[in-house]
Ligand binder design. Structure first.
Ligand code: SF4
Length: 375
């Protein structure tokens, strides 16, 4: 069985494009027949050689729609931004390489390895064909692989009817890449500044969040939020409170500058700030804390956590769960989408851990968190 599988892997290797020559840059290699997958997904599926810094089970497969003319949006921090220099097909996304693969081969590969997969996700981009092609790819996946499927949606391409169609086709969860947690920040970063074009609509994003919540139900919708785009700790914690109270998951990402993007030279959040935000979100999600339980300075920085028991707070941090990667769950509620290297380079220490941090990891986290200063 294994040798048969390996020969199939070899066969599928021919469909993986890591370094593209000019002749390979043909419009035929667009979605729905072709998609990009994250480098980590390619490794997990045996389509690319490589290993993670530490061995751990990895079964989250992230797909990204691919078009010759790319994503029509132009967000200041995104590697796929329309005005970021370079050919679309050579651009990175959340700083990692996304090799191009033939969809049919990929689905067959996922079918063969279904037992080790935990979560599948199609990331849309802002493109007129994105909805149509996402439906086609969804059908192919749902008919062949039982692993739960999420869609990280592109709200400009959607409406309520289209969300209902996703649901009818078997999509399990919906993610919305809100990223910026205030309207002011959203408008300033997700706008086509260099060309003076109009940007993404905060109102439309929230319409899709609200419709998705109604259609897919509690804890079946998530909003991606990014730390380090210019928001305050208060802005983030207020947003976590708002989402959790509506039974919508807030998923955390750490801003990681993409070279040559408009925010390419903006530094990422300090590790201490990042750890504290991770802990605050965990306390809201899992320990019943609300925004009123946190105190902030005039500029919105977190300065104190009100707790009846500092010892319990320290114990909560020491569990380590707060510092794990956020993502849609696997079939049994386990971490499903763990996106290794989504928020940090392979050469850097983990910003979020795709596994439960070890005792050694926790010693490092404790020092980075400096919790005593907050209690
Ligand atoms: S957490 Fe992962 S699976 Fe869920 S919507 Fe985001 S990228 Fe997709």
């Amino acid at each position: 069985m294994l040798s048969k599988l390996n020969s199939q892997i070899q066969a599928h290797d021919t469909n993986v494009v890591f370094t593209r020559t000019k002749s390979e840059r043909s419009s035929a290699k667009e979605s729905p027949n072709w998609v990009r997958i994250s480098a980590a997904s390619a490794i997990a599926l045996g389509l690319k050689s490589g290993r993670f810094a530490k061995e751990f089970d990895f079964g989250g497969i992230n797909l990204l729609l691919n078009y010759d003319d790319g994503c029509r949006s132009d967000c200041a921090y995104c590697g796929l931004a329309r005005t970021r220099p370079g050919d679309y097909e050579d651009k990175s996304f959340i700083r990692v390489e996304w090799p191009l693969v033939e969809t049919a081969s990929l689905v067959e590969r996922m079918r063969l390895l279904e037992a080790k997969l935990t979560r599948l996700c199609i990331s849309m981009v802002t493109n007129p064909y994105a909805f149509r092609d996402t439906c086609t790819i969804t059908d192919s996946i749902v008919q062949n692989v039982r692993t739960p499927l999420s869609i990280l949606v592109a709200p400009p391409t959607l409406n309520r009817t289209k969300l209902e169609e996703f649901k009818a086709r078997g999509v399990d969860m919906i993610g919305i890449g809100l990223d910026a947690v205030t309207e002011t920040l959203f408008r300033s970063l997700r706008t086509d500044v260099p060309t003076g074009g109009s940007g993404l609509s905060w109102t439309q994003y929230w319409k899709i969040v609200n419709d998705a919540r109604e259609i897919f139900g509690p804890w079946k919708v998530n909003c991606h939020t990014v730390v380090g785009l210019g928001e305050s700790d208060f802005d983030l914690i207020e947003m976590f409170d708002k989402l959790v109270s509506r039974e919508i998951f807030p998923y955390l990402f750490c801003f990681n500058p993409e070279p040559d993007s408009r925010m390419g030279t903006t530094p990422k959040a300090s590790i201490t700030r990042w750890r504290r935000v991770q802990l605050a979100k965990y306390l809201i999600e899992e320990r019943g804390y609300r925004v009123k339980d946190f105190m902030f300075s005039n500029d919105g920085s977190l300065v104190n956590i009100k707790t009846p028991s500092p010892r319990e707070l320290i114990a909560a941090a020491n569990e380590g769960v707060a510092f794990m990667t956020n993502g849609c769950p696997g079939p049994n509620g386990e971490p499903g989408c763990t996106r290794p290297y989504g928020s940090y380079k392979p050469s850097e220490s983990y910003r979020d851990y795709p596994f439960l941090p070890s005792t050694t990891d926790l010693q490092r986290i404790t020092s980075e968190l400096d919790l005593e200063e907050l209690i």
